[in-house]
Design a protein around this ligand. Structure first.
Ligand code: ARG
Length: 469
């Protein structure tokens, strides 16, 4: 059983698609998200058609007013989407045709193939701006928290084994760098995709004298000088999905950063580490174990980051092996794309809100970082300063570590005679190496965790963020 309500492309058909096919092929249930961008694109198209004499001024005005009204109905939730009309483009066109006779001319020299490519770029420009705002929120909250903890030290880990001391600020600023790069990546992406595909037609342009530059300018697809930026090849313009792919890649990478942050703080919040207490607002209790306070928000961020990876792989798999140009497979780009946008924005906004509520537990941090073995490397550096070649210095300190284990005595409290016998490079004052304040002050080079470079880095980030607000 079919329906012949589908009249847009129905000319060469005697029967309509089966109901099963309609339900299978509709995309309006998800691509209605593009409606505001579809309307902006159609208004620009109508303006251009008027400028080349295909629409009269009255026709264009009627189309424009009709599109504005439809847009208002959609945002008010009063518009009826009909899956019979397949997608967002046909639904809006049908609604417009029912009200404005000239709507029959709107699709002149346009295909849904260049239309959807245009809509998606407009959407992605908006989405990149939204993500930028959310990333800025995360950066601001991390910088604020870091500023409070320049002096507080924790062990830095490799292999999840205690390595060397770092400040909490330095640890937080590592994530500031990651999210800062994410912002740059989204900004470059926005720049790269800001090119107009409209006018590419179904795949090979049009024989009509359209004005692509006009449309591009109307839609803000312009360079810094205001010059229109047009896609250079119609086949590429309608079939490439680099823009959604790149967005999903950027989102996936940002998701990795989110996930690693979540994992660090889940660990630090555990009883075993106990470096932080997470805010009640972003933790939950157990239905069975009364004592539990679970880091669910961070676990969800870690879990949702998996979706971001998956969405990227979905798009990559979809495009691989598709012959040029448009194939209906490409309709499947939208659910993962929209999901990546929403998921990333939600995770970032939750994190920005959660971070200010993180409380550090100084006593637990201090007790962990007081492990003198965290400064074993500093002792090797000390030996180097005494003229011992680093490989030998490393070996001598290793012997001291072994001795400390054997005697069950902290390395900095080993008896002088036995220590000197194990490490002949030692001379007076070697125990001063284990003064943490001194050790941190000496880490004063660019990018290091000492208070001086960390304060510099904080100041740099604060002035960058302040410039924007
Ligand atoms: N809904 C379609 C999509 O997103 C629009 C393009 C349809 N083009 C076509 N030739 N059937 O891919």
């Amino acid at each position: 059983m079919g329906t012949d309500k589908q009249a847009t492309w129905g000319g060469r058909f005697t029967g309509g698609p089966s109901e099963r096919m309609q339900a299978f092929s509709e995309s309006v249930s998800f691509d209605a998200e593009l409606a505001p961008f579809d309307i902006i694109g159609s208004r620009a198209q109508a303006a251009m058609l008027e400028s080349i004499g295909i629409l009269t001024a009255e026709e264009r005005a009627a189309i424009d007013a009709g599109l504005v009204t439809i847009g208002e109905e959609i945002s008010a939730g009063e518009f009826t989407w009909d899956p019979v009309f397949e997608d967002v483009h046909m639904n809006i066109e049908q609604a417009l045709s029912a009200r404005v006779p000239a709507a029959a001319k709107l699709h002149t020299a346009r295909s849904r193939n260049d239309q959807v490519a245009t809509d998606v770029r407009l959407y992605l420009r908006w989405a990149a701006d939204e993500i930028d705002r959310s990333l800025a929120g995360v950066l601001a909250s991390l910088v604020d928290l870091a500023e409070k903890h320049v002096e507080l030290l924790v062990p830095g880990y490799t292999h999840l084994q205690r390595g060397q001391p770092v400040s909490v600020a330095h640890h937080l600023l590592a994530y500031v760098e990651m999210f800062g790069r994410d912002r740059e990546r989204f900004a470059l992406f926005r720049e790269r995709i800001n090119v107009c595909p409209l006018g590419s037609g179904a795949l090979a342009g049009t024989t009509l004298p359209i004005d692509r530059e006009f449309v591009a300018k109307e839609l803000g697809f312009v360079d810094e000088a205001g010059e229109p930026r047009l896609t250079e090849n119609s086949l590429d313009a309608v079939s490439d999905r680099d823009a959604p792919l790149e967005f999903c890649f950027n989102a996936a990478l940002s998701g990795l950063h989110l996930s690693r942050f979540a994992e660090d703080f889940i660990l630090w919040n555990s009883s075993e580490f106990g470096f932080v207490a997470l805010p009640d607002a972003y933790t939950t209790g157990s239905s069975l174990m009364p004592q539990k306070k679970n880091p669910d928000a961070l676990e969800l961020i870690r879990g949702k980051a998996a979706r971001l990876q998956g969405n990227l792989v979905t798009l990559q798999s979809m495009v691989k092996n598709l012959p040029l140009t448009y194939n209906r497979d490409l309709q499947e780009d939208k659910p993962p794309l929209f999901d990546s946008f929403r998921t990333l924005r939600d995770c970032l906004d939750v994190l920005a809100d959660l971070v200010p509520g993180i409380e550090f537990r100084p006593a637990r941090c201090e007790s962990a970082v007081s492990d003198p073995l965290l400064l074993a490397t500093d002792l090797a550096d000390y030996l180097v300063e005494q003229g011992v070649p680093f490989r030998q210095a490393h070996h001598q300190v290793g012997a001291l570590v072994g001795l400390s284990e054997k005697l069950d005595t902290p390395i900095n409290e080993l008896p002088e005679g036995e220590a000197r016998a194990a490490a002949e490079g030692l001379s007076d004052g070697w125990r001063e190496v284990f003064d943490l304040t001194r050790a941190m002050d000496r880490r004063s080079g660019p990018g290091m965790p000492g208070p001086v470079p960390v304060r510099k880095s904080l100041a740099r980030w604060k002035s960058r963020l302040a410039k924007e607000s």
